[in-house]
Design a protein around this ligand. Structure first.
Ligand code: SF4
Length: 241
């Protein structure tokens, strides 16, 4: 099958899964709201867009196909910044901190704080629903005192959150299931999966055309990533299934 056709089928399937996922999360939110509680996420609230956002390569391609020239430019400088700084990182904690303190917000955010690719955002963004005020989504917990952390944890509704975080557990778990299924469909097509930091995957697609290279198989994909010095385990995972 032609390269473009292979990816097109996967993108179409991912878009169908987004619709299904959105319907299921709407029901979860309705159920949560009937008990007098509410989800605090709203347009213009961008605090969680400063976290490391991961996706499958197919999801990144769904975003890539609608990027404007300006967004492609921002993705390029974001990707290059990631590559410049990630070499100094030796553990996950350091990587997550670097994301917040050095790299900064997702390059797809609009000036008004709204997602610039909202309809095509990946499962990891769709599934993050906050049960508390948005300032908690932007808090660096490593900077809180022990008593502040304790007060935060005591305030959580442990029946519904992904403890010790304040995000709705049910939508997060659902997002992980949908993301895994998407990765599996990609593995069935190519024999391996590519997942990683969303802006970095977008950079690999828009600047290096990785989607086309992946059609030549796992070995060629890995050779390319290593030779071009684009492989870093914090930014991308390439796995045989
Ligand atoms: S894709 Fe959209 S929702 Fe997700 S982190 Fe980027 S701007 Fe935020």
């Amino acid at each position: 099958m032609a390269k473009e056709k292979r990816w097109q089928l996967l993108r179409d399937e991912t878009k169908r899964q987004y619709e299904l996922f959105d319907g299921l999360t709407r029901r979860l939110v309705d159920k949560y709201s009937t008990s007098g509680r509410h989800i605090h996420c709203h347009k213009g609230c961008r605090e969680c867009c400063n976290l490391a956002v991961n996706s499958t390569y197919v999801e990144a391609l769904c975003v890539a196909e609608i990027l404007t020239d300006e967004q492609i430019f921002r993705v390029k400088s974001h990707g290059e910044k990631l590559l410049r700084h990630v070499g100094e990182i030796s553990d996950l904690k350091g990587y997550l901190r670097m994301q917040r303190t050095v790299i900064g917000f997702c390059p797809l955010l609009n000036g008004d704080g709204a997602c610039g690719v909202y309809g095509k955002r990946p499962f990891s963004c769709r599934s993050l629903l906050s049960t508390m005020e948005s300032n908690w989504c932007g808090t660096d917990f490593s900077l809180l005192s022990r008593s502040e952390k304790q007060a935060f944890m005591d305030s959580l509704d442990r029946e519904v959150v992904a403890f010790p975080m304040h995000y709705l557990a049910a939508s997060r778990d659902l997002g992980e299931q949908f993301e895994s299924r998407t990765a599996l469909v990609m593995a069935e097509e190519f024999g391996f999966t590519v997942t990683g930091n969303l802006p970095f995957l977008l950079y690999l697609e828009t600047e290096h055309g990785l989607g086309n290279i992946m059609c030549h198989g796992y070995d060629i994909t890995m050779d390319f990533l290593h030779q071009a010095r684009l492989f870093n385990p914090f930014l991308i995972a390439v796995d045989h299934i």
